[in-house]
Design a protein around this ligand. Sequence first.
Ligand code: PMP
Length: 465
Amino acid sequence: MAMPAEAPTNSTIVADYRTRTPASAALFEQARTLFPSGITHDTRYLDPWPLYVERGQGSRKWCADGHEYVDYFGGHGALLLGHGHPAVVEAVRRQVATGTHLGASHELEVRWAELVTRLVPCAEKVRFTSSGTEASHMVLRLARAFTGKLKIVRFIGHFHGWHDQVVAGSVSHYEGGVPVGVLPSIVDLSIVMPTDDVAPTVQLLEERDDIAAVILEPSGASWGQVPLPPGFIQALREATARRGVLLIFDEVITGFRWSPGGAQGALGITPDLCILAKIVAGGLPGGAVAGRRDIMDLLDFAATRAGKREKVGHQGTYNANPLSAAAAVAALEIVATSDACARANATTARLRDAMQQVLVEEGAPWGVYGEASSFHIFPNPGGLKIDPATFDPRKHGFKVLKGNRDGALIGKIRMALMNEGVDIMPSPGGLVSSVHDGTDVDHTAEGLRRAVRALKAEREVRGAV
Ligand code: PMP
């Protein structure tokens, strides 16, 4: 079997990963001649090669070499109900035979929108898109059209997709500057603010008259990797309302996860608009913009004609695609009528506790934290003094928690866990489903224990307790 040229390694972790995954290596050998870096999403990058996964079921997935993993990628967060939920599979199976694209309005899109507007507090009206990135693009257009203002306030490290308006300061260029290929004039239309204190943003909103909207991940950057201080969102809600600026929640991850009504449901704070993706489409491609009727009506032919306003355009071949709509209706009906969210949250609370216990027992100066059905691992790349029993991410700012990312260390952590049958996201952290259970928790905790020991042996557990 042809293997990619091997960089010399003195790491047992990497050597074990290579030995365990020859089928992934063989696929990657071909993939890297076809895709830049051999991958189709930057998050899937892993040196020496990414895991090729063949199949998922429930909380588990299996790689091309047949190894089983507890899955915390969860379809990049789309799979609140786990892989292959029978109701979702059946709905998609039925729809694929009926029509994958009807080039027309259809009943399932109506049922889908009815569920979204029933569950999501701000959602008086909704439009479907093909992805979260598209929804993010459209929501900013709507905000500018509604307010007649140009500037958007964003927050450092908050991710809203990969389109030109939202890249600077979200995954790079934290100190300013223009990411390559992006229009400088577009970067200038964002004001990227810090999140350690809401006061500078409130002051900005008071002082300026050119701001259309404030957009944020209500969890804090990267689904809570950098939590927001208490009262931050409430202060934004009050300041934006006072100043006629729109408040937009990016609920692409938190939607239907933080609670059936998303973070806005959990917080009891209602934004003017929100964007949704991932769970909203039941694990198939899709996204949505939802919010106040008077704003959404800028997309409405009759309302804009009556109001003598110019209509905001919205096309998209796969908007409300029947397959996505079928999966979405099946999934959201379960979210609406069962304790799926609460179950995932409860399992994740146990998981975080079990992982923290392992760190304490192993004397590892890392942290485990997170909200709802998410967990984050702080792998202490800077070698700080950290007590895992009392680690509080709020005592560390953006720079420490996200800005100081060590990709090589995280790659090794991921491989050490994969060698133990656990696949996490490279934040590092994970998103948990309603079908993960106590067995998964125990397996993960023991996998983490062995991974930490392997990493310690390679001097990758830095800092002191
Ligand atoms: N916003 C947030 C908070 C996200 O996490 C993501 C995707 N990870 C997006 C927007 C973009 O969504 P998509 O990948 O569907 O374009």
